[in-house]
Ligand binder design. Structure first.
Ligand code: PGA
Length: 303
């Protein structure tokens, strides 16, 4: 056991939490053979198997469950130690672990860039995944702060809106509805629709608006990214609902239009959140204050 490394614990913790070698490899940017090798070595050091496979599912053994708890304890202690020492050093150094939903990648790196210029000693890590994965990370207390389009109901969190996030209906420029005014929602529900993958916050908010009117979308295709959706809209595969932030960096190409649909834009906000009761590090607290001014930094209204 003494020769097991922190890296092996990290790999093991990720597999135990995500229930999959593949997803753990993805999250840690490792290859699957590396992950398997690390776990093999760890199991040898423990002297007992850590996982068992029943059918297609993988379960922790009793030894695996004990080790999972031990790993989480170790990582929490280490994070606490890092926080205490960076508090001691003031803001000169320290880590900021941020996890954001996919759509926030259109503004979060810019905000971080400005923050890092102000605090060059701060080391930032940014995880980008869809809402479902970000909520898993939040539930596991894996990061300092989370940015998402709506605070979760399932977990007790502290959350605050800091930026507007309007969702708009996007169509190819030559679409028959392109210049119509006040298009009824029912009419949009008749169009072939492009949706993000399930678990996406954009998709949840979109489906909710239509469901509230008793409407079901005619899904033409499910796509795993905002960029793929934009390309598919341009390609004439259908219409879609996306955050207007996803359009912010596009040169006005004239290839798609925002439709004037009743009930749109959906007025959403970006929230920062963290688990209730979590003690924020000085770096995270500073970043929170910085986010509160984000709207003026980004040149858009906060609420
Ligand atoms: P998504 O989240 O990138 O998972 O769609 C965006 C949001 O919640 O607004």
């Amino acid at each position: 056991m003494r020769h097991s490394t922190l890296r092996q614990f990290e790999v093991f913790e990720a597999i135990a939490r995500l229930g999959s070698f593949t997803r753990a490899a993805e999250e840690l940017y490792l290859t699957q053979p590396t992950v398997s090798m690390q776990i093999k070595k760890l199991a040898e050091a423990v002297g007992l198997p850590l996982f068992e496979q029943v059918g297609k599912k993988m379960y922790l053994t009793d030894a695996g469950r004990e080790l999972h708890q031990t790993c989480r304890g170790i990582f929490e202690h280490l994070a606490h130690f890092e926080m205490v020492t960076s508090d001691m050093k003031g803001l000169k150094t320290g880590k900021l672990r941020l996890a954001v939903v996919t759509t926030a990648k259109y503004f979060a790196p810019r905000l971080l860039g400005m923050f890092c210029q102000q605090y060059p000693g701060v080391e930032v890590s940014l995880k980008v995944s869809n809402r479902e994965r970000v909520l898993e990370r939040l539930a596991g207390n894996q990061d300092d702060l989370y940015i998402l389009g709506q605070p979760p109901e399932e977990v007790d969190v502290v959350a605050e809106a800091f930026l507007e996030n309007p969702l708009v209906v996007l169509a190819p420029a030559q679409h028959v509805l392109a210049h119509k005014k006040k298009i009824p929602l029912k009419r949009i529900a008749e169009e072939p629709f492009l949706l993000r993958e399930s678990g996406s916050g954009t998709r949840i908010a979109t489906e909710r608006v239509f469901a509230e009117q008793g409407l079901k979308l005619k899904m033409r295709m499910e796509l795993g990214s905002n960029e793929a959706i934009k390309q598919a809209v341009i390609g004439g595969l259908g219409v879609s609902v996306l955050s207007s932030q996803t359009l912010a960096l596009d040169a006005p190409s004239g290839q798609f239009v925002i439709l004037d649909v009743q009930g749109f834009p959906i007025h959403r906000h970006w929230y920062f959140a963290y688990p209730a009761g979590k003690q924020l590090s000085i770096v995270a607290r500073t970043f929170v204050d910085y986010l509160r001014q984000a709207s003026s930094l980004m040149g858009v209204p906060a609420h």
